[in-house]
Design a protein around this ligand. Sequence first.
Ligand SMILES: [Zn+2]
Length: 94
Amino acid sequence: MNTSVCERCDSSINVTIIYVDEIPVTYCKVCKMSLFSKKRSVGRPSIGITKKVSLTLTKDDWEQFDAQAKSNRSLFLRKIIVKALNEEDSSENR
Ligand SMILES: [Zn+2]
């Protein structure tokens, strides 16, 4: 393990690997807290449901994508998506 960065918020404070529905996730303390509080409340489920998505990109985009994803496309996409969803959440609240 070289980089310990929270995959949800990119924080490096108190980052540990936890298992959520048998899926290892690298979360910081804050995200762990919000994960467990979310589990009890009604809302969008956290990590645990896998759905397949077909994605069409140009060859160049795929090359860039794979270069940035560093052989873990799912993790990379999850980071982007969670970030985007969080941004949407916080902009709706304003
Ligand atoms: Zn975090």
